[in-house]
Ligand binder design. Structure first.
Ligand SMILES: N[C@@H](CCC(=O)N[C@@H](CS)C(=O)NCC(=O)O)C(=O)O
Length: 280
């Protein structure tokens, strides 16, 4: 650990080496780095993604829609290996100029519809199929409030706390303290909201739950960033109860398996999904 204090230069310049474990993918410029067409399967929905919390939101919703009998939600899920820089391939950048998973191409519309940003994908699919999104304006406003809460909050959890606690090449008290405090505050917000509610917006499970669960449910149930003890996650009892209940949903279990290679013989994850039978 170095105790030198960093003095920023007058103008920032890119020192790739200082990027730590993400040095090979993090860049200060956008756009494609190489030509690569995206594969296309047989289903209406083409999902280019990975089994991270942002990716899982979408596969969970697609599996929930399929469980309700919406054949139009049939999908091919292709693996975008962000560690190898697949998000900078020309085909992917056409679908998401921001080069991040998940990205969706709906081939059932003419012309085809591209959607990027996981929150936008959830809203698009929920509206298209008329499921998991409230129609009453007041309840819908509550759903959107929590959905956008997740989109704004999770970067403090993953990019802030997770990054400095688990991934940064050196541990510094200042950023770890700052982001641990914010993440605990967020968990407390959720815990209080769930005190008298079964799901995030009330009695009905909707896209706000699907967005929040892969981040904060995962945090309280799965020792994310090896920080369960440090953050005392089990003390957020309402969040734990809510997270456990959602984890038991069959569609959640299916969707959460898509987008990564299995970590061992006990792990039933699949890197790609092209047919319902891939998960049966
Ligand atoms: N706000 C975006 C965030 C997406 C995001 O950060 N995706 C990460 C993986 S979870 C990614 O693709 N990272 C690749 C990179 O930063 O190059 C969303 O919700 O879709």
């Amino acid at each position: 650990m170095t105790d030198e204090t960093y003095t920023p230069p007058k103008v920032w310049t890119w020192d790739q080496e200082s990027g730590g474990r993400f040095a090979n993918i993090n860049r200060p410029i956008s756009g494609a780095t190489h030509d690569k067409e995206l594969p296309v399967g047989k289903h209406p929905m083409q999902l280019y993604s990975l089994g991270t919390p942002n990716g899982v939101k979408v596969t969970v919703l697609l599996e929930e829609l399929l469980a309700l009998g919406h054949e139009g939600a049939e999908y091919d899920a292709y693996l975008i290996n962000i560690g190898n820089g697949d998000q900078f391939g020309s085909g992917f950048v056409e679908i998401n100029p921001n080069s991040k998973i998940p990205a969706l191409l709906d081939r059932s519309s003419k012309p085809h519809t591209r959607v990027f940003e996981s929150g936008a994908i959830l809203v698009y699919l929920a509206e298209k199929f008329g499921e998991f999104i409230p129609t009453d304006p007041a309840v819908r406003a509550e759903c959107m409030s929590w959905l956008f809460w997740q989109m704004g909050s999770a970067p403090y959890l993953g990019g802030g706390f997770g990054h400095f606690y688990a991934y940064a090449p050196e541990k510094f008290e200042y950023p770890i303290n700052r982001f641990a405090m914010e993440v605990k505050r967020q968990l407390d917000v959720l815990d209080k909201n769930l005190e008298n509610r079964k799901f995030i917006c009330g009695d009905e499970y909707n896209i706000a739950d699907m967005a929040i669960h892969p981040w904060y449910g995962y945090l309280v149930l799965k020792n994310a960033y090896n920080a369960a003890e440090f953050l005392d996650v089990k003390s957020y009892k309402n969040v734990v109860r809510w997270a456990e209940e959602i984890s038991e949903r069959p569609a959640f279990k299916r969707g959460a398996r898509v987008g990564r290679p299995p970590s061992g013989p006990e792990d039933n994850a699949i890197p790609e999904r092209h047919d319902a039978s891939d998960l049966d």
